[in-house]
Design a protein around this ligand. Structure first.
Ligand code: C5P
Length: 268
């Protein structure tokens, strides 16, 4: 399996969270969300370069976090650059900093800190086969197409839920393909809500790899509370309590603490 470059967009303002500190820089259990996310990618052992687009005020903080994780001995090149007004602008700026010799580019929201390293590698493997693959989950709610006029919101169309998947990140592409998709989008003035939509516009298929619900994007205050809870659980796993076995009897499996539950429930 090949190595890859990671673009980790972290230039959002966090308006929906109502926080003064932008989401990637909020500390949970002693680490910023950005650091936790970077750590998952380090664990893949495939990373060759990291480019972090962020706001000017947080460039030093992002550099410090990245250099703590990727010292010279790791051989991973780190660039922290200025993001743009929209997420798509931040990625476009970052693409210009990715080393041309790296064949695969992975884009992952800095605010999805619970992505599993093994899942990142599954997406990379699909991308190597088809040039474009993303993590996604089947829609669990019924989705309505909304119309809006004069303060009234209504619907007249419900797409078939069995065909709907919610896109997540990582989204991984062959370097030439994602660069071409971004060039075309800029030429046509198209703004998408994810990177795959730019590739789809070229008429290229994008493979979906089924992910888990734990890979949620920290967006609202309730997400932050959940993230804190999950990180606490990671740093302080439940203790295994083994009660003394009755004389002559080995401890049975009922004495063991239950296996940690995965927050994932891939299907509704
Ligand atoms: O705003 P949204 O939740 O879609 O942001 C997803 C990711 O994109 C976040 O990590 C955010 O920091 C980043 N972003 C960015 N540049 C922007 C807007 C968002 O890098 N202009």
């Amino acid at each position: 399996m090949s190595g890859f470059a990671l673009i980790l967009p972290a230039a959002g303002s966090g308006r929906r969270l109502g926080n003064v500190v932008p989401k990637p820089y909020i500390r949970l259990e002693g680490r910023t969300i950005l650091e936790v996310t970077l750590g998952r990618f380090k664990e893949t052992g495939r990373l060759e370069q990291v480019v972090i687009p962020t706001s000017g005020a947080y460039m030093d903080e992002a550099s410090d976090a990245a250099s703590r994780l990727f010292g010279a001995e790791t051989g991973v090149k780190v660039s922290v650059i200025e993001g743009g007004a929209e997420r798509q602008d931040s990625i476009a700026n970052a693409l210009a900093h990715v080393d041309d010799r790296i064949g695969w580019i992975c884009i992952h929201d800095a605010v999805r800190p619970f992505v599993k390293p093994s899942t990142i590698l599954s997406v990379l493997e699909r991308a190597e086969a088809t040039h474009a693959a993303i993590l996604a989950v089947p829609a669990k709610d019924t989705i309505k197409q909304a119309l809006c006029e004069n303060n009234r919101i209504w619907t007249r169309f419900t797409p078939d839920r069995s065909t709907l998947w919610q896109a997540q990140t990582p989204q991984i592409f062959a370097s030439d393909l994602i660069r071409r998709a971004y060039r075309e989008a800029a030429r046509e003035g198209f703004i998408g809500t994810d990177d795959a939509s730019l590739v789809e516009r070229l008429g290229h298929d994008v493979d979906l790899v089924e992910g888990g619900r734990e890979n949620f994007k920290i967006t609202y205050p309730v997400d932050l509370q959940l993230a804190e809870l999950l990180l606490r659980k990671e740093s302080d796993p439940p203790q295994v309590q083994v009660s003394p076995a009755p004389a002559g009897k080995a401890a049975t499996s009922s004495n063991q603490a239950p296996a940690p539950q995965n927050a994932d429930a891939s299907h509704p």
